[in-house]
Design a protein around this ligand. Structure first.
Ligand code: ADP
Ligand code: ADP
Length: 224
């Protein structure tokens, strides 16, 4: 489904204009939001994830009014924030199982199937009984994706997921993202050009809360 953002603005209490009349149409598939630190990416992601209020504007995901129908959107949404805490003393299986309960998967057998499937999909099945505190950066990010995929969301928002990953983990993470982007709308925010170039058919460049360019990735990269 298409995500349509119209005239979205946000000024923080300290006077910083984080989003300055942003309009963007994001088609199904993988979409890259490229911009330097401070561009407004996280503010936009949190707004789309219904975790933060904006001052004005509208957002529709298909027929759903994202800013108004928050409960419906949360059911359709998977969100991987930039910095997410993991409980270091529990295992990957335990925490994912816990989140699955919170998502409403009350049937034990069904939950086990879903949790095992996500651990396999993210290449964490073999380490599922290890504590999260011992996970590398790449393993943590893949765990974050497993968590975001609970409930089979139609819209996935990932905020700077590859920051700090080594090249090998980055490739592994790219493969994972391209698998999940096939039949969903995935919005990937990053300041790393190759994340977008490798993964996203369409992209936008934002800075100072403005959309500078938007279109097919190949075309924009050829122009720059
Ligand atoms: P990005 O994710 O692209 O780095 P952000 O959305 O985090 O951008 O930030 C956009 C601008 O808004 C920056 O200037 C940042 O300092 C400012 N900002 C972000 N969050 C807050 C906040 N809670 N209060 C005040 N200013 C903020
Ligand atoms: P790298 O060493 O390439 O940075 P990681 O440390 O994240 O990458 O792990 C590489 C792969 O090996 C991952 O797929 C991870 O699931 C697996 N792995 C890492 N540590 C262990 C472990 N202690 N036992 C089993 N598998 C592991």
């Amino acid at each position: 489904m298409e995500l349509r953002i119209s005239n979205l603005s946000k000024t923080y209490a300290n006077g910083v204009v984080a989003l300055d009349n942003i309009s963007l149409t994001i088609p199904a598939g993988m979409f890259g939001l490229l911009g330097p630190n401070g561009a407004g990416k996280s503010t936009l992601m949190r707004t789309l994830a219904t975790l933060q209020e904006c001052d004005s504007g509208s957002v529709f995901f298909g027929e759903y009014d994202v800013l108004d129908e928050k409960d419906e959107i949360r059911r359709l949404l998977g969100y991987l924030p930039q910095d997410f805490g993991l409980y270091p003393k529990v295992t990957a299986y335990e925490l994912l199982d816990h989140f699955a309960v919170l998502k409403g998967l009350s049937n034990r057998a069904r939950r086990r199937e879903v949790v095992d499937g996500l651990l396999q999909q993210t290449n964490l099945y073999d380490v599922r009984h290890q504590r999260l505190g011992g996970f590398s950066g790449g393993m943590r990010q893949r765990f974050g994706i497993a968590q975001a995929l609970l409930g089979d969301p139609r819209l996935i928002i990932v905020d700077e997921p590859t920051a700090g990953l080594d090249p090998q983990e980055r490739v592994r993470f790219h493969n994972l993202l391209s698998d999940i982007g096939d039949d969903r709308t995935v919005l990937l925010s990053t300041h790393i050009v190759s994340d977008v170039a490798d993964l996203c058919a369409n992209m936008a460049i934002i800075n100072h809360g403005h959309v500078l360019l938007c279109g097919p990735t190949q075309q924009l990269i050829d122009e720059v």
